[in-house]
Design a protein. Structure first.
Length: 239
């Protein structure tokens, strides 16, 4: 009776042979190399979240806005403090010229003005995080938050996927590396669309699975037609 280990070895040798590999089409899946989960930059109430799942978003588009009225009020207070500090600097510098104010008083006034300036810069940094923009053009694939909802800093708002550069992800027998090279053409048939597209190998995997004796291959479709989405799968045939 043949052992399980020896049987597995025989199967691996058979699957890795070129004849067996070409008889059975390789399964592959479309993946998006660029995606991001955009979170809230500050804590507060979402005053705007006008995107919907499946909607296409342009690059640098405003996706969400968090209510930052308290931070805006803090900035106005800091501006008033800065105005008073600058006035004190002018007065003390003039008094210093008349020998009516010490050098220490002048330096303290300048330090107060610098502190107020730094406080305004810190508030401005927070205010910029109240508005969340898309880092790239893509499609909204998930929206765990809703408008008027209170969110905390870092809470996920939407998940964005770039569909302008989809890749074909597949695993092939490692023995194919004897002839498979970057740029090799192949045909990718998308199950969901029942459509065959020309593609080519873009990258070869960086390592071979020592158990399965397989290697990961990444392909690209050029030009990329509209209608393809991440997660679609199909079969690959090499000529």
């Amino acid at each position: 009776m043949i052992s399980a280990r020896r049987l597995a070895g025989v199967l691996l040798v058979f699957l890795a042979s070129p004849a067996a590999a070409q008889d059975d089409a390789i399964r592959a899946q479309l993946t998006a190399p660029r995606s991001a989960v955009l979170g809230a930059g500050v804590s507060g109430v979402l005053t705007r979240l006008a995107v919907r799942e499946g909607e296409e978003i342009a690059a640098n588009a405003v996706i969400a806005v968090v209510d930052c009225s308290s931070q805006s009020a803090q900035r106005r207070v800091a501006e008033a403090r800065l105005g008073g500090a600058r006035a004190k600097v002018r007065v003390n510098e003039r008094l210093g010229e008349l020998n009516s104010a010490s050098v220490l008083e002048v330096e303290l006034a300048r330090a107060e003005a610098a502190t107020a300036t730094a406080e305004i810069a810190l508030i401005d940094t927070t205010l910029r995080r109240c508005e969340i923009r898309s880092p790239f053009a893509g499609i909204v694939v998930a929206k765990p938050a809703n408008q008027h909802q209170h969110v905390k800093e870092g809470d996920p708002l939407i998940e964005l996927v770039d569909v302008s550069s989809l890749e074909i992800d597949m695993v092939v027998p490692a023995r194919w590396l004897q002839w498979l090279k970057v740029g090799a053409p192949f045909a990718f048939t998308v199950d969901e669309l029942e459509r065959t597209l020309p593609a080519k190998v873009a990258r070869l995997g960086g390592r071979v699975d020592p158990v399965a004796q397989t290697v990961r291959i990444v392909g690209t479709i050029d030009p990329l037609p509209r209608g393809l989405l991440p997660g679609m799968s199909g079969t690959v045939k090499f000529p």
